[in-house]
Structure formats: structure tokens, C-alpha cells
Design a protein around this ligand. Structure first.
Ligand SMILES: CC1=C(/C=C/C(C)=C/C=C/C(C)=C/C=O)C(C)(C)CCC1
Ligand SMILES: [Fe+2]
Length: 343
């Protein structure tokens, strides 16, 4: 079966469940409102925000950022996967998850540059996938062709990663330097990207965005909303310094939308979708464990942490480690939607 623009990837019933799943329909607009508020605040009073560069990122430790991955241990069960009901296999999955995270953490010491670029690539793909899922499952986006989904994923993932990398390379270089510093490896000198590489990436981004806009015109069911949202993301990542824009996006866009998705999963064998309170309680234990890991990392790296920026780098090292298995799990969650396209 070939999908057409008139045929959303998700059936109408699922669309309804997802959009009403939060029981607070306007919650679906929190990401757009947050990004717009940041953009306007930055345009009106940049000086006031200069002092708060890392605030959104630090807030993400407790508000939505870390918690959005804190249900990963239960997702296989709640998704109704056969192996998610077999305790031995779930234990194996958890072991794999922990080993992958530990290997990434160790990687910062052994091959920091490879892990850094790998993390940015995983972030781009994972954030793009999150948005693709939201557009299709909540906004009813269809697929005009086999290129629609990959194009959307790459374009929407590039906005919060590749665009700020091109516009604010210094912030990315500072983060890379901070990561080297906290892990006690020699800090590289010189720019992160050469001139020709920057130019090639910029050209690729322009082509990608133009192709995505063209596809949106035929694949989206809410063209104005989708293009408006994209334009806002374009503006915020092109104008607002990377720590502020990426920090806010992580919590209030990506994590918010993922938490909304988790709310729609059945919370128990007989139960319907989880309530906000129930979900918050479910997220608590792993969030506390993750914060404990951050504290342990800090104790280990304290002599090399010189201020907010190096602390942010340390926190990022932990997020990177947790993001790799988390991104793989979310990719598995989206496998059925991928199959729809391949049918
Ligand atoms: C480059 C850069 C940043 C990058 C953060 C990233 C890329 C976070 C990714 C998080 C993910 C993917 C979480 C899981 O969903 C900071 C720290 C904001 C600060 C300044 C520069
Ligand atoms: Fe995520």
C-alpha cells in the first residue's frame, strides 16, 4: 500500500487518542509558546538573557529533560511488545541499555572527538524523529512519497543542531573544549569546522529545508501550522545563542512532546492511558538515579569543573551517554510507522 497525502500514517482513531490523551488539549501548544516566548524575549532584552545562558539546560535536569527518558525501562512493557512481558529479556535489555550508556561515558576519555560528533548526529536524528512522530501522529501529516518521512526527520532534526552549529560555532567549540577539560584530555585548538566544510553543510541545509517545505505543501494536513512552526524554529536557532535555544528546546519541545506520547501508553494491564500524576510518579525513581549519576560524575570531575560552563559540559556528557540507548528505544517505538511506509 502506498501512502498518499490524504492518507495519514496513523489512523484517525489514533490521532484522536493522541491529541486528547493529555486531557489538557492546549498542552500541545506549550512547545510553540515556549519557543516564541524565548525568541521575543531575546529580541527585546538580550542583555537580560546573557546572564541566563545555561539556565534552561540546567533546569532540564529536573524539568522534562532527564525525566523524558526515565520511563525507558517500562516502555517495552507498555508498548505491548512480546519480549517486554518476559522478565529475563527485559533484564537483558536493561543491561544492554546500561552498557551502552557506560561505553559512551568511557568514550569521552578515549575518543572525545568521535563521541562529540557522534552525539550531535544522534541528537539530530533523535530530535528529528521525535518531531516526525508528532507531526504524523498528532498533526495528521501524511507521506506524499517514500522521501517524505526521511526528509522531514532530517530537516526538523537539523534545525536544533546543524543550524546553531553553523551560526554559533563558537558555542559548540566551547562545549567541546569543556568536555575535553572535565574528562582530563588535551583541549584541541582551532575551529571545530573548516571553511569549506561549513559552506558545504550550509548549502546542504538550504537544499534540505527547501525540499522539506516543498514536501510539506503536499504531505501536511496543516500546512500553515507546520510551516509556521518550522519558521519559528528557524528564527530561534538562527538568532538566539545555542545554549539558550537548545537548552529550552530540549525540555519544552522535545521532552514535552515525548512525555505527551508516554501519557498515551497504557499504564497497566487493565488501566487506560496513564494520568499525569501517575506518569510523574513513574518517572521519579529513574530521574533520581540519573541525578545521582550526575552528582557522582561531579564528585569525580570536581577538580576540573571551573564554573557553569564546565558543569554544563559534564551534564552534557551524561545526557549523551543516556541519549544513545534512549534514541535506539524510541526508534524501535517508531518501527511500525516505518513499516507503513514500506508496505
Ligand atoms: C551544542 C551546545 C549544547 C548542546 C546540547 C545538545 C546537543 C543536547 C542534546 C540532548 C539530547 C539529544 C537529549 C535527548 O533527547 C548545549 C549544551 C545546549 C550548550 C551549548 C552548545
Ligand atoms: Fe528523547
Amino acid at each position: 500500500m502506498k501512502s498518499t497525502p490524504d492518507l495519514p500514517v496513523y489512523p484517525p482513531q489514533r490521532l484522536r487518542t493522541l491529541s486528547l490523551g493529555t486531557r489538557w488539549p492546549s498542552a500541545v501548544f506549550v512547545p510553540q509558546i515556549a519557543v516564541l516566548a524565548l525568541l521575543v524575549s531575546w529580541l527585546l532584552a538580550p542583555a537580560a538573557l546573557e546572564h541566563l545562558m545555561y539556565l534552561p539546560l540546567l533546569v532540564s535536569t529536573v524539568l522534562f529533560g532527564i525525566p523524558h527518558g526515565a520511563l525507558d525501562h517500562r516502555v517495552p512493557g507498555r508498548m505491548g511488545w512480546a519480549w517486554g512481558r518476559r522478565p529475563r529479556l527485559v533484564r537483558l535489555y536493561l543491561l544492554g541499555y546500561a552498557l551502552l550508556a557506560a561505553a559512551t561515558l568511557g568514550g569521552w576519555r578515549l575518543a572525545p572527538d568521535a563521541v562529540y560528533w557522534g552525539f550531535l548526529l544522534v541528537s539530530l536524528l533523535h530530535w528529528g524523529q521525535g518531531d516526525l512522530h508528532h507531526l504524523e501522529a498528532v498533526q495528521g501529516r501524511g507521506r506524499a512519497g517514500p522521501w517524505s518521512a526521511p526528509l522531514t526527520l532530517l530537516a526538523r532534526g537539523s534545525l536544533p543542531i546543524l543550524l546553531p552549529l553553523l551560526v554559533f560555532p563558537d558555542w559548540f567549540a566551547r562545549l567541546a573544549a569543556g568536555l575535553h577539560r572535565v574528562f582530563g584530555v588535551p583541549v584541541p585548538s582551532g575551529p571545530l569546522l573548516s571553511g569549506p566544510v561549513t559552506a558545504a553543510l550550509a548549502a546542504a541545509l538550504v537544499v534540505l529545508l527547501l525540499a522539506y517545505v516543498a514536501d510539506t505543501l503536499v504531505s501536511s494536513r496543516a500546512v500553515l501550522q507546520e510551516l509556521g512552526e518550522t519558521g519559528m524554529l528557524l528564527a530561534v536557532f538562527a538568532l538566539v545563542p545555542a545554549p539558550l535555544s537548545i537548552g529550552l528546546y530540549f525540555s519544552l519541545w522535545h521532552a514535552w512532546r515525548h512525555l505527551g506520547r508516554l501519557l498515551t501508553l497504557p499504564a497497566g494491564p487493565q488501566a487506560g492511558a496513564a494520568s499525569v500524576r501517575r506518569l510523574a510518579l513513574d518517572l521519579l525513581p529513574i530521574t533520581v538515579i540519573a541525578l545521582g549519576m550526575l552528582a557522582a560524575l561531579y564528585v569525580w570531575a570536581a577538580p576540573r569543573v571551573q564554573g557553569t560552563e564546565t558543569f554544563a559540559a559534564l551534564y552534557l556528557a551524561l545526557i549523551a551517554a543516556l541519549t544513545l540507548p534512549h534514541a535506539l528505544l524510541v526508534a524501535l517505538m517508531d518501527l511500525p510507522a516505518l513499516r507503513v511506509a514500506g508496505d
